[in-house]
Ligand binder design. Sequence first.
Ligand code: FAD
Length: 334
Amino acid sequence: LIDTAARASLRSPAALHRLLSALAVLEQRDGKLNSGSLSAITAAQKLGGSIHAFVAGSSIKAVAEEAAKVEGVEKVIAVENGAYDKGLPENYAPLLVENIKKGGYTHVIAGHTAFGKNLMPRVAALLDLQQISDVTSIENEKTFVRPIYAGNAIATVESSDVIKVLTIRGTAFPTAATAGGTAAVEDGVDPKVDSPTEWISEDLAKSDRPDLATAGKVVSGGRGLRSKEEFDRIMLPLADALGAAVGASRAAVDSGYADNSLQVGQTGKVVAPQLYMAVGISGAIQHLAGMKDSKVIAAINKDADAPIFQVADVGLVGDLFDKVPEITEKLSKA
Ligand code: FAD
């Protein structure tokens, strides 16, 4: 827990009136900066104060140097320690708290990703603060907009906490470019907490197709595909013809047609590509919560009354087993 003296100093009028300073928590994997996490810097820029970026892991130098190139970042705080490589929240949260206390930040921002969702509530709890999730707009230093009820209502929340601990929706803040900046890189504090949690291994789905979360085009299949074999036979050539990432509804994932990592929606990934094509997907609100901000939505469904057509810009009523191969063939020839 943050100690009493530190808490009192954070609450003092002087502390409350100090200049805004944000810490953007960036993600890395295998020594490479996750460019999607640079959205946290764009969000920090909206606040108008000073911006530091935070990175941790083994061989962190290259990641820190890349983050230092983002215009507007004053300093990159880097902690070199393999214990933080996988972003295990049990290890990472105490690390971040120590660095927040040292830096005296008013705002701490991470992406609303698996990493951010795992980490930031723990950070807020350790600081005895209220965390604010999935922010889509920053109105001012204490007012934030976030969707609730699977995106069916938009809440504007005002926080009176001395430090605002936020996760931001990546699709609402473009990633900051790693160009034009010359921030200094500084060693952060490493509390080297003796954690009982240890990283053992991971089993990652490998794909040459674009990453679902950041792809410009996404083709998603639903229960209408009927089986994994049909999902692969129909959806993969369509994805390749368009250069798109593959997504799926929860019904398709639960039925074993597609991998869990491909789920789009309230309990899956939130995407906002230029083109989202929904194939054999009814358009339940939980699915819409993950894709309705896409620029152009195209839907193929045999039921003209399917709710997906209410959000679709382009709709095709027909049997997907006829229509999709036809579209794929035309796209491949184009
Ligand atoms: P269905 O609703 O069964 O729709 C299949 C569609 O395919 C139908 O519209 C049908 O007309 C069409 N179809 C069938 N055959 C053909 C054909 N030959 N040609 C053309 N069209 C055809 N869902 C998500 O997707 N993502 C989530 O993250 C998610 N989170 C959830 C969280 C909670 C708490 C709950 C309660 C539910 C969640 N769901 C989520 C589930 C959601 O409510 C729906 O059940 C699910 O989205 C339905 O998937 P679907 O559209 O593929 O299946």
